[in-house]
Write a protein that binds this ligand. Structure first.
Ligand code: 4AD
Ligand code: MG
Length: 463
């Protein structure tokens, strides 16, 4: 019995009773009386616990006393049909080894801690039901992203995290330097001398892998990136992180309609994947946080997204009679309240807004003939607002260069990007899906800090 193979809780719960088993995990709760103790053991493999039954006749009082919430155990015993309600099998324990005790200072004693409190103990919160469910779903969505693109013949391209260019042109970049900040080298005219820095130039953490992603599309045809991105935007909102993950497909020969089709099909695939593979966790989140979660997910896969030009969207907002905190007018960058009005109240389904004013969008977007708008597309979702941002790209060298000049951008860091328009340019499109925004939607959580294990936000970089 000593050399028996450990089974994970998820495996034990679906096993036919009658055999000897070994389980390992952390104690969620212990209850009982002087004759028998019931331990709920969880090893993270599933939201469900395995019940361990310990007869007082078999175990010393000393051992049982050390089995407290948070302790880590190995349990040998027989898998038997459960007498009690709530589980079909349980372990009748014959031997227990305590790997690690947890005394009364263990912070997760009781259930029902607030999400805010759990953020302060992010090192332990993966042991809660809620964070366990979220992290398993997060894994499943990451896996599904690769499986979707792989099945469609996309190549996973690794784009750099350290870069000298600002893709979105918003100036929200974290600098990367090895210079001594107490003694920064200066040029003769008093400016910082970046030629002395590690890369011999000013560098930052990337805000998007798109520019290099386009190089991939112009060679491999269809690629996607999936990695961390960084934005030093000082917005402390439930939807912004300073470090988040983005998925960015980029496809040669796709126009904006193909791009919208891809975005819609992709999101529906991911949501369906969650419904097909994560139901235990979704049911838990549905019961605990958001009674409409599962029906909202089912709704999305069965509905056609609305496709609407920005100009029409603004008209709807202006005619809504609604008093918004930020006033609406043509040319404004839509706020989350505007996006959510369109999605949740007006159309009651996801909306893809297209053809935004060029002045509120990035330099690389394809210019429309009206001279005012670009071929942008934002996918707006209930409860989230913008979940995807993308566009058809400007493939004309002349128009791209003119736009870069208008925006007074530094072309020294972009020559290689512009070269793709010089040599064999082609229509192409792509978009970026905020991975944590997707997870907000799929898990029904309302704060982005609760869908990433160790969130990075202004003034927080603990753990
Ligand atoms: O709309 P964005 O800024 O688009 C781009 O970066 C493009 N280069 C993407 C592309 O076309 N390849 O960002 C894309 C998405 C947003 O729609 C949002 O879901 C997410 O990234 N996002 C954030 N998520 C969390 N925290 C932040 N601070 C985010 N900023 C953007
Ligand atoms: Mg955007």
């Amino acid at each position: 019995m000593e050399d028996i193979k450990r089974l994970r809780v998820v495996e034990l719960l679906s096993k036919t009773p009658g055999c000897d088993v070994l389980a390992k995990g952390w104690v969620r709760t212990k209850r009982g009386n002087k004759n028998v103790s019931f331990i709920a053991l969880n090893d993270g493999s599933t939201i469900n616990n395995i019940q361990v039954v310990c007869d007082a006749a078999v175990f010393s009082e000393d051992l049982l006393k050390d089995i407290t919430t948070g302790a880590c155990l190995a349990v040998w015993g027989k898998l038997v049909e459960s007498q009690g309600k709530g589980q079909s099998v349980e372990i009748q324990a014959s031997r227990i080894e305590i790997y690690g005790k947890a005394d009364a200072t263990y912070p997760l004693q009781k259930k029902g801690h607030s999400l805010e409190f759990l953020r302060e103990i992010a090192h332990l919160r993966p042991r809660t039901n809620t964070m366990g469910a979220v992290l398993r779903i997060r894994h499943a969505m990451a896996f599904a992203i690769h499986s979707y693109f792989n099945s469609k013949g996309f190549f996973y391209l690794h784009t750099p995290l350290i870069t000298a260019s600002d893709c979105e042109g918003a100036g929200e970049m974290f600098q990367v330097t090895t210079m001594d900040l107490d003694n920064v080298p200066k040029t003769e005219d008093g400016k910082i001398d970046y030629s002395k820095d590690f890369f011999g130039r000013q560098t930052s953490l990337t805000v998007s892998g798109q520019l290099e992603g386009e190089l991939g599309a112009m060679s491999l045809g269809q690629i996607y990136t999936f990695g961390p991105t960084f934005r030093a935007e000082n917005s402390n909102t439930p939807r912004h992180l300073a470090e988040f993950w983005m998925v960015e497909p980029e496809v040669a020969f796709n126009d904006i309609t193909d791009n919208m089709n891809l975005a819609e099909d992709f999101i529906k695939y991911l949501v369906k994947y969650a419904l097909d593979h994560c139901m235990d966790d979704l049911k838990f989140l549905n019961d605990m946080f958001d009674k409409e979660l599962i029906s909202r997910l089912e709704g999305v896969i069965n509905t056609e997204f609305v496709r609407l030009p920005y100009t029409e969207g603004v008209k709807i907002l202006m005619e809504s009679g609604r008093k918004f905190e930020f006033p609406v007018g043509w040319g404004i960058d839509l706020q989350s309240e505007h996006e959510r009005y369109l999605v949740e109240e007006h159309f009651k389904k996801p909306v893809i807004l297209t053809d935004y004013p060029k002045d509120i969008k990035a330099f690389y977007m394809k210019q429309n003939d009206d001279g005012k708008t670009v071929r942008a597309m934002d996918v707006l979702f209930p409860k989230i607002g913008e979940i995807i941002g993308g566009s058809e790209r400007e493939e004309s060298l002349e128009k791209l260069e003119r736009r870069i000049a208008e925006l007074k951008m530094d072309t020294r860091n972009l020559w290689w990007y512009i070269d793709t328009r010089r040599f064999g340019t082609a229509p192409h499109s792509g978009f970026g899906l905020g991975f944590e925004r997707l997870l907000l939607f799929v898990t029904g959580m309302s704060n982005i800090r609760d869908v990433i294990p160790f969130p990075r936000t202004p003034k927080t970089a603990e753990f």
